[in-house]
Design a protein around this ligand. Structure first.
Ligand code: ZN
Length: 204
């Protein structure tokens, strides 16, 4: 692509580094921004700058938050003894949208994937164990995607958690194998949380 301006080229190059954005789409977005009032463009760039510089990860559950402890962990009405383990913040949002869950979360930050070089130590598993040791937890729900990586991670966590006095459940798999949690519709996901099963029974 031949650009008439270095500034235009730089902006298009930055946009086209985003997933799913080719150079043509990037150019369209940049030209669109160029046509907006200066205030709107400043708001847009401020949102991105603040996103990176001010966002926190909850010290308890590792979810993306505005404060050191997230709103969910801070909410008095939430059952702190019921922890739903998920891969990332998109899963927290998906489960919250179902309005079927009143516990708290633990965000792993990924799934075990030897192919991608992701091992248990790359995930927030130690802090999950600490939460179990330090709090009165009665149930852990392993709500991970029905993929090879999800199953590997569930099995690893089960081995780590089974000696604690805690019920370990998995979400009911109305979700087909290979199904990523965030793509499941809210009704199916909500139902699969409510009808969760003890992990031992799910592998029998
Ligand atoms: Zn939290």
């Amino acid at each position: 692509m031949n650009f008439s301006s270095k500034l235009l080229e730089n902006a298009v190059n930055e946009f086209s580094r985003l997933p799913g954005i080719g150079q043509k789409t990037a150019l369209r977005l940049v030209l669109h921004l160029l046509n907006q009032p200066a205030d709107d463009v400043t708001k847009f760039s401020d949102a991105l700058t603040k996103l990176k510089s001010e966002i926190c990860y909850c010290a308890v559950c590792h979810n993306i938050a505005d404060e050191a402890i997230c709103e969910i962990c801070n909410a008095p009405k939430r059952d702190k003894g019921l922890i739903c383990v998920v891969e990332d913040t998109r899963d927290v949002m998906a489960i919250e949208n179902t309005n079927q869950f009143n516990g708290v979360y633990h965000v792993l930050g990924g799934l075990i994937s030897p192919m991608d070089g992701v091992g248990p130590s790359d995930l927030s598993i130690d802090s999950l164990i600490s939460r179990l040791r330090e709090n009165d937890v009665h149930e852990i729900i392993l709500a991970l995607s029905a993929t090879m990586e999800g199953d590997t991670t569930i099995f690893y966590l089960y081995k780590k958690l089974k000696d604690f006095n805690v019920q370990i459940s998995t979400i009911a798999r109305g979700i087909s194998f290979g199904g990523e949690l965030e793509y499941v519709d809210e009704v199916t996901l909500g139902r699969s949380i409510v009808t969760r099963v003890p992990y031992e029974r799910s592998i029998a």
